[in-house]
Design a binder for this molecule. Sequence first.
Ligand SMILES: [Zn+2]
Length: 283
Amino acid sequence: MLTRFAPAPTGWLHLGHVLNAEYVWGSGARVLLRIEDHDRDRSRPEYEAGIYQDLEWLGYRPDIIAGRQSDRDDVYREAIEILRAQGLVYACDCTRSEIGSGGAPAAARAATHAGDDEATPKPLRGGVGPYELRYSGRCRNRGLPLVDGYGWRVRTDPGVERFIDERLGPQEQDPLRQCGDFLVRDRRGNWTYQFAVTVDDWRQEIDLVVRGVDLLPSTGRQIRLARLLGRERPPAFLHHPLIMKSPHQKLSKSDRDTGVRDLRARGWTREQVRAAVQSGAQR
Ligand SMILES: [Zn+2]
């Protein structure tokens, strides 16, 4: 089996990442390290260097270093052509506020832009979660050109995706009802989280995805997308508990008190850091 550890270089590693790493390396699968810098605006080289340094210090060693998503633009272009050839991709000029006028709380709307990172617990990461915005399909038949400056969406048919989570058991999700036609590329030309990870997991032959339970709602659409791309068998999924700051608040990158390098500077050992996440995970 091959799994992956896939942090975004948009902040320092913190205890949320460490918990994910415990599950990833604890799965018994070989581990591929992928730097999820699909959001070029928010990714920073110093954070990427920090990921390597902190993983080394913590004692997690990847079996394969797959590098950055930003170096794989040709792979994503090849994949989008597979969808375009099926007539599944269209351009959308709706603003976030137009899509969000359906009544989602303003905080949730803001949070959908806050970033996508497989290994970081964050409210509404990737735009998924209880306040997820559902796109109406307004631009489906408008025939806008697929160029930079527009978002690109994938036409999503009705239908339930079923999968068995290795911890949570059988799951059912209907992506059209959850989110509608989802973005694969944003108007600034960034490949989206949903698209980039689905393509990567397929092309990098990942057959076990281990990530936080906050990403559970996006699994159905990733399975759907993988099938549309031509992946014959989806990976297995395991969604693990998150470390909570309080019963209702997840950790985020702004929580400096949980940063690995801050804890290290305060004299924590790697054993203490790894033990802290084991006891802090909410079951
Ligand atoms: Zn639109």
